[in-house]
Design a protein. Structure first.
Length: 298
């Protein structure tokens, strides 16, 4: 009939690596109608996706040959090199979602280009249950040639949101690790806070939790203030609690931990840096933003 629409052909995808994250990614491409070829070092992990319609390759090289777009989600950078050692990458578009460092991403990009492939690096800001759930807020950083990202954006956006991090192949990994590092520091503070109240019978963790999450949410405004100060170079801009005041207050934090029988090893490195910054002189009225410079100079 004249008004019938021709089905849009879905981009075939090859997926190497079917751990928890890889399996979640693969299921979303199958759900969206993309032909999917999979490979995993442990063959048994391919069964679930095979039952759902994926083609299973006997080797990574065979899987790579099946599709132009090759997604890699393996344990580490070394496993990427091992898996693709015998694969012909000529004319392939290689998207590496394996967690690694910026330097590894840059080197892997050179490695791929030498073998005739175009390369995007990725940093996954999500956990497996967030994949395929648009409202979860998960996304993946991508870095490398903008034209290559744009070409595959629709396919890459199937599992979760996308965020283009720039032309430099290491940018996705760098921003991924920077955000994870911030989470690590925050988690340390959360654990220290719970440790302080843990011994009090009349302060239940579930009652303390909303106080803690509410306070952290309110204090998240410091992120924007820090960015503004770094941009302007004025570390006194908008300061309410200055470095001298905060450093003096740290003594109470440390004494309270001692009184509660709690180790200070999660917070002492930061309080020590604050004291060192203050001791340099001339920084009394600043925020803690200057510690960024101290860290860069170490």
């Amino acid at each position: 009939m004249a008004n019938e629409k021709t089905p849009v052909e879905k981009t075939p995808v090859t997926l190497l690596g079917l751990g928890a994250m890889g399996a979640a990614l693969g299921r979303t491409w199958l759900d969206a109608g993309h032909p999917l070829t999979v490979w995993n070092r442990t063959p048994g992990k391919t069964d679930a996706l095979a039952a759902y319609g994926a083609e299973v390759a006997d080797s990574a090289a065979e899987a790579v040959a099946a599709s132009r777009l090759v997604i890699v989600c393996l344990l580490d950078d070394a496993s990427v090199g091992e898996a693709l050692a015998d694969a012909d990458l000529t004319g392939k578009d290689l998207v590496n979602l394996t967690t690694g460092t910026p330097a590894e991403a840059r080197e892997r990009a050179r490695w791929a280009e030498e073998r005739g492939a175009r390369f995007l690096d990725g940093g996954i800001m999500a956990i497996p249950p967030m994949i395929g759930v648009p409202e979860s807020g998960g996304y993946i950083f991508y870095s490398g040639p903008r034209a290559l990202f744009d070409e595959h954006r629709a396919t890459l956006a199937v599992p979760t949101g996308t965020s283009y991090a720039g032309e430099g192949p290491g940018h996705a990994s760098l921003q991924d690790v920077a955000l994870l590092s911030a989470m690590t520091g925050m988690t340390g503070g959360i654990l220290h806070a719970f440790a302080l109240v843990r011994g009090e019978e009349d302060i239940a963790p579930k009652e303390f939790a909303p106080l803690l999450s509410g306070w952290l949410t309110a204090m998240a405004l410091a992120v924007d203030q820090t960015a503004a100060q770094l941009e302007s170079g004025d570390y006194t801009e908008g300061v309410v609690s200055n470095l001298a005041m905060m450093t003096a207050g740290n003594a109470t934090l440390l004494r309270t931990a001692e009184e509660q029988g709690v180790s200070t090893e999660l917070i002492a490195p930061f309080t020590d840096l604050m004291a060192a910054r203050l001791a340099e002189g001339g920084h009394d009225g600043e925020s803690v933003t200057g510690i960024v410079d101290m860290l860069r100079h170490k």
